[in-house]
Ligand binder design. Structure first.
Ligand SMILES: NC(=O)c1ccc[n+]([C@@H]2O[C@H](COP(=O)([O-])OP(=O)(O)OC[C@H]3O[C@@H](n4cnc5c(N)ncnc54)[C@H](O)[C@@H]3O)[C@@H](O)[C@H]2O)c1
Length: 360
């Protein structure tokens, strides 16, 4: 079965459905209007996606803001531009914003939706694997600042998420792998999530996503449709189960940041231009695994197993070297810093896929 549907349960009244399917892209118009009472829709769409799919996404009563490509576009200037566009076009409180693109578009459009007239309906149509498995679900919306990534933002849940996997057919290999980095991240944190949630993720217990990814790499890299729908569903079930327990990252949700503390610093030190987010996260995961080994938290066997999974998907070609002092400075600018100390999510000795918070 290729079509899947799950529900993210955020109390008291912020729950929403996530649809994973291969239906014609043209059907999205009706689906969007089925989940909002908006009269007018502001579409915020990535430039490339607009070129590829703009004609098929003919949504009635909509106005369109096309955002140029690149992580550096997720900035204050474009946030203001989108706000001004909404104001100029007199978007009202009952109207809605629909983000169509990868995580960059989803994050910035979501932050506009969270703040425009104190919040209007927001719908996510993710078009990259990363956005399908991660950024479109969970409600984190943000923009980058000169001081670091995602430092200004909000927790703002969408009304619905439509993962139409037809979009992924045109995604290049590099960005497909970027999404796989976040998928691999879920394999590392799955045990922590499932044990902490007492088996609520799968009902009957532990799936071992780690082994699943180890054993199915050929099919996944060949973008087999059935397996793609499956890894997206598994990833989102893990994410949803965590977010449902800790929407605002007071505790458990922090494990979703595995690989991100170092990864964000990698993105920043290279001006968001050299590495994609997923590439930086993969580098961050290798760093975290090696750090955990150095600190005696995991055995050499665990370390090698973890590095093997990352290698299986060729997520890190070569570990880059950076100025250590500058990297520490950048990690200290991260929003996860507590009392000036850097927080890491690291694998622990109990089981390879069990992560916990660690302060340097
Ligand atoms: N909010 C969250 O919880 C969360 C979680 C993870 C990552 N993020 C954020 O997500 C962003 C990264 O997202 P991303 O990897 O999707 O990057 P992205 O949005 O920049 O998209 C990557 C590239 O894919 C292209 N593209 C998009 N859809 C396409 C399609 N269907 N066919 C062909 N090309 C297509 C885009 O033009 C772009 O060049 C980062 O800003 C990161 O901070 C947010």
């Amino acid at each position: 079965m290729l079509n899947k549907e799950l529900f993210v349960k955020i109390p008291p009244n912020k729950s929403y459905p996530v649809f994973i399917d291969f239906e014609p892209i043209e059907n999205l118009e009706n689906k969007v209007f089925a989940c909002t009472n908006a009269n007018k829709i502001l579409i915020v769409i990535n430039e490339k996606v607009n070129k590829l799919y703009g004609k098929k996404l003919n949504i009635k009563n909509s106005i369109k803001f096309v955002l140029k490509d690149g992580e550096h576009r997720k900035n204050f200037k474009n946030y203001k531009r989108i706000l001004d566009f909404a104001l100029k076009n007199k978007l009202e409180r009952k109207d809605a914003i629909v983000a169509i693109g990868g995580g960059v578009v989803g994050d910035i459009a979501g932050f506009v939706a969270a703040t425009y007239l104190r919040g209007i309906d927001f719908i996510q149509i993710p078009t990259t694997l990363l956005a399908c498995v991660d950024s479109s679900v969970g409600g984190k919306v943000a923009i980058n600042t000169d001081y670091g990534k995602n430092l200004v933002g909000a927790f703002y849940q969408p009304k619905a998420v439509f993962c139409n996997l037809n979009f992924l057919k045109t995604l290049d290999k590099r960005h497909f792998k970027t999404g796989l980095a976040e998928v691999v991240k879920y394999a590392f944190i799955e045990a922590a999530a499932t044990s902490l949630l007492a088996g609520e993720v799968w009902g009957e217990g532990y799936l071992n996503f780690f082994d699943f990814l180890m054993n199915n790499s050929d099919k996944i890299l060949a973008r087999n449709e059935e397996i793609l729908a499956e890894i997206i569903e598994i990833s989102l079930k893990i994410k949803a189960s965590i977010v449902e327990k800790d929407e605002k990252e007071q505790g458990l949700r922090k494990i979703l940041n595995f690989g991100h503390t170092y990864g964000h610093a990698v993105e920043k030190i290279t001006n968001y231009k050299k590495y994609t987010h997923g590439e930086a996260v993969a580098i961050g995961m290798v760093f975290a695994i090696n750090l955990a080994f150095k600190k005696g938290l995991i055995s050499e066997e665990y370390k090698n197993e973890g590095l093997e999974l990352i290698k299986k998907y060729n997520l890190v070609k070569k570990m880059p070297e950076f100025n250590e002092k500058r990297m520490i400075e950048l990690m200290k600018a991260d929003k996860k810093v507590k009392d000036g100390k850097i927080n890491f999510i690291l694998p622990s000795s109990k089981s390879f896929v069990d992560c916990f918070e660690f302060e340097l």
